[in-house]
Ligand binder design. Sequence first.
Ligand code: CO8
Length: 271
Amino acid sequence: STDLGSYATLELDLTDGILTLTVNRPQALNALSQQVISDLWKAFTAIEDSCTHDAGWPVRGVILTGAGGKAFVAGADIREMASMEPDDAAEYARSAQGVTLLIEKVPVPVIAAVDGFALGGGCELALACDFIYASEAAQFGQPEVNLGLVPGFGGSVRLPQRVGLGPARELIYTGRRIDAAEALRLGLVNRVLPTRQELLAAARATLGEIAPKAPLAVGLAKQSITGAYGLHTGQGLEIEAGLFREAFTTEDMREGTTAFLEKRKASFAGK
Ligand code: CO8
């Protein structure tokens, strides 16, 4: 069986290749304490390490969600931040930003399933995932200015990337909360489902659709999209060409193209 570790603030459930990772601090609306940041770092490191042929690619997709039914993640832990000195805060932001970069780096799709509050660092954590599905109860916002803070977990970079500069500025300067329907209009979320149960089922269905595809190819596509985003077109295309080449070094590419020509279903080994 696959050992992805056990964590004080996270629950893990691996079923049929889909890992549900639940931030579990409902008494603080799943706020990102330093313990949660450290647990997320270790869990996503274990996921990344398992994504090899030798380890058997046990995880083909990740659903990141929050426990308790009220919140995805209500932000950074305000109680912990209140007593931080500037240098502590810089270190906290860097370690949290490191988690977002790691989520972008793991070669499997990560869907944020947002039910309830995704505020501040919670919204930023969701933005680091490949895409977001929400329940009708979801609420998004970057309320940092209400606390004399600014986004520190990637929000001033990834929110404009996702929804465009105008809407991102308005959300960050006002600290306003938006509901799921508005998040959908802005393109912040891909889909809105009526209930938590339907939300998790929809995320699972999408990852189930991806799971039988060539895992290295999915990983290379993720790397290309993430790596090329925001670059000059020519530089982005350079990255794409290099990763396109890399696909030709895999057995999966030989299998996929041969299976097509032999009119049979491909079976990918993930190498
Ligand atoms: N941190 C710590 N504790 C929290 C947080 C938080 N972010 N959010 C809620 N809690 C706690 C409350 O203090 C309360 O605890 P207790 O029962 O001990 O009093 C418990 O969770 C339940 O919360 P409420 O009673 O407030 O629940 P309500 O339903 O009345 O309100 C809200 C829900 C509207 C979500 C409200 O809790 C709220 O406004 N929370 C704060 C949201 C916020 O401002 N988040 C942004 C924080 S700043 C940030 O994220 C900066 C990101 C950059 C960081 C860089 C490194 C990560």
